[in-house]
Design a protein. Structure first.
Length: 90
């Protein structure tokens, strides 16, 4: 398992996670979701295992003082393994 910066190629995996969590706004408009995940001031990271996205986290920041966690999700099968903590740390 590795945690790395989000790329556009990860979008389908992130959308699958948001659908599984019941978050319809991302999957309703994938182009908008991609813009939201890569907007200025936004940092999105993914946890990947064997080529599959198993988690993601998005944070916003003013780049100087404040930062906040916007979203975090890990697949149900992978929870309890510290992946969420690694995503937040990244």
């Amino acid at each position: 398992m590795q945690v790395r910066d989000f790329t556009a190629g990860d979008l389908e995996g992130v959308l699958a996670l948001t659908r599984a969590e019941g978050w319809p706004s991302y999957a309703a408009d994938p182009a908008r979701a991609l813009r939201a995940l890569t907007a200025p001031g936004i940092a999105t990271v993914v946890a990947e295992e064997e080529g599959a996205v198993i988690g993601f986290a998005t944070a916003g920041s003013d780049g100087e003082i404040q930062a906040y966690l916007i979203n975090i999700a890990v697949t149900a099968a992978q929870r309890g393994k510290g992946i969420g903590k690694k995503l937040v740390t990244a």
